[in-house]
Design a binder for this molecule. Structure first.
Ligand code: NAD
Ligand code: UDX
Length: 465
């Protein structure tokens, strides 16, 4: 049928949670159940106190309060939700493989495959299965093969419906999406399935923003979109280094090129390097696919975006060491920000982790303040790198609840995330409590250089000298 009554989403993470919340909010007559094997996460989604939701996103708590308990439910009863649904979204994580063939490059599809097998074993009625996770091209074929093995006469249609939301602006991105992409089979059944999903989105988006394609175009478009976006950041970051070496200013260069409507002004913000769970993983995936197909030049071309990004993080840390008279051993360095961008509590692949790790190798003592990230999360991020023991990480890096405390007696401050509140601090007070000369390394270019220099700070900003 083309009118869906019951949706199940497997995976209650940064994508599954907000996406389903908006779908439920806009489709009050569709029952939406989000399931996850992580019971703690589900409990947090069900918490009365909406400030305890597992994902921090501006506007999310309002949407949750409107829809939760009405037609939006969070549960650990995966099989029951699959059984009842006529449409199932797979929104589980697809991280880079850490073992075996394709280690460090290919997407690990074990969680997606587990979902497909579970759907196959539970389903008693026809289902539309929607790939919401970002997947390598032609994954839909693998999912279909697994599903079709059930042998109990159930018909499955597989759609690809990649998610384009960015964290920190997820609700706005969902409510006012530039476009929604739906890939499906060209057969009649495939077109019917596409229509069913189009109807869900048409509840709030104009029809011309809902694009339909074949499955493979849809899968590849998602990887390509992230590769293009990340490429812009690496491109401007490469120019930031050139600016520092020549006396040009990256802000002026970005503005000058961005005003060309063919280039456009967005995503030209030089930074300490892009982070997040998507860019690196998806480009590595694109590189791996290209290599597997023998397309060496294509693979090398996109890999350079990652190489540039690693360089940008490394040279920021090196700049700190070099400026602090070539040693940071036993020096206190305050980090403002740990999340990979503002307005999110997500830290996956955050530049802060790598910069901290490099400074800790030089025996620096790091004190971090981030408005939304806990010390436990920071330690988990560092331990994941396996550079040193957990005890050593705990001894070298600590979080504080108060930014002024983090900066007190510090030799230097490094801005790693562009949280708005950092701009409003009493920088004179911060300066007075620091060791002199007091340095600021602005990896996000958010602070007013002239004002800081007038107070007495020595300032370095990415992309200018
Ligand atoms: P996430 O890690 O936040 O959430 C995934 C959830 O899936 C976890 O809570 C995990 O417990 C659950 N899960 C894993 N296997 C399961 C299973 N077999 N049954 C039930 N639950 C299971 O990940 P995310 O950031 O939400 O990303 C999900 C997908 O969406 C990825 O493929 C990612 O590439 C893609 N994506 C992410 C973003 C983003 O900004 N985070 C944007 C677009 C697309
Ligand atoms: C990205 C894509 O934007 C989104 O469409 C996709 O669905 C998931 O991946 P996300 O990773 O959540 O979203 O955030 P994004 O805003 O793209 O930022 C990624 C990283 O690039 C952040 O670390 C950000 O600080 C950095 N960035 C972004 C820059 O350094 N400069 C810029 O100009 C833009």
């Amino acid at each position: 049928q083309t009118h869906i009554k019951n949706i199940c989403c497997i995976g209650a993470g940064y994508v599954g949670g907000p996406t389903m919340a908006v779908i439920a909010d806009k489709n009050p007559h569709v029952k939406v159940t989000v399931v996850d094997i992580n019971a703690k996460r589900i409990a947090a989604w069900n918490d009365e106190d909406v400030s305890s939701l597992p994902v921090y996103e501006p506007g999310l708590s309002d949407v949750i309060q409107r829809a939760r308990g009405r037609n939006l439910f969070f549960s650990t009863e995966v099989e029951q939700a699959i059984d009842q649904a006529d449409m199932i979204f797979i929104s589980v994580n697809t991280p880079t493989k850490t073992y075996g063939k394709g280690k460090g490059m290919a997407a690990d599809l074990k969680y997606v495959e587990l979902c497909a097998r579970q759907i196959a074993s539970v389903a008693k009625t026809d289902k539309i299965v929607v790939e919401k996770s970002t997947l390598p091209v032609r994954t839909a074929q693998a999912i279909k093969t697994i599903l079709d093995q059930t042998g109990n006469g159930v018909n499955f249609q597989i759609l690809s419906n990649p998610e384009f939301l960015a964290e920190g602006t997820a609700i706005k991105d969902l409510e006012e999406a530039d476009r929604v992409l739906i890939g499906g089979e060209e057969s009649e059944a495939g077109q019917k399935a596409i229509q069913a999903l189009v109807n869900i989105y048409a509840a709030w988006l104009p029809k011309e923003r809902i694009l339909t394609t074949n499955v493979w175009s849809s899968e590849l478009s998602k990887l390509t979109a992230n590769a293009f976006l990340a490429q812009r950041v690496s491109s401007i970051n490469s120019i930031s280094e050139l600016c520092e070496a020549t006396g040009a200013n990256v802000k002026e260069v970005a503005k000058a090129i961005g005003l060309d409507s063919r280039i456009g002004s967005k995503f030209l913000q030089a930074s300490v390097g892009f982070g997040g769970s998507c860019f690196q993983k998806d480009i590595l995936n694109l590189v791996y696919i290209s290599k597997s197909l023998g397309l060496t030049e294509v693979a090398d071309y996109w890999e350079q975006v990652i190489i540039m990004n690693d360089h940008q993080k490394r040279r920021f840390a090196e700049k700190i060491v070099q400026t602090l008279f070539n040693t940071v051993s036993d020096k206190k360095i305050a980090f403002l920000g740990w999340a990979f961008k503002k307005d999110t509590n997500d830290t996956r692949e955050s530049a802060a982790i790598y910069v901290a790790d490099q400074l800790m190798d030089e025996q620096a003592k790091i004190r971090v303040f981030d408005p939304k990230v806990s010390e436990t999360q920071m330690q988990t991020d560092l331990n994941y790198l396996n550079t040193r023991s957990e005890a050593e990480n705990e001894a070298l890096l600590k979080a504080t609840e108060d930014p002024y405390q983090a900066c007190k007696d510090a030799h230097a401050i490094a801005i790693l995330t562009e949280w708005d509140e950092f701009k409003t601090y009493d920088w004179k007070k911060v300066y007075e409590q620091m060791k002199k000369p007091a340095f600021i390394f602005d990896g996000r270019r958010i602070l007013d250089r002239k004002e800081l220099e007038a107070i007495g700070f020595r300032v370095y900003r990415i992309g200018e000298n």
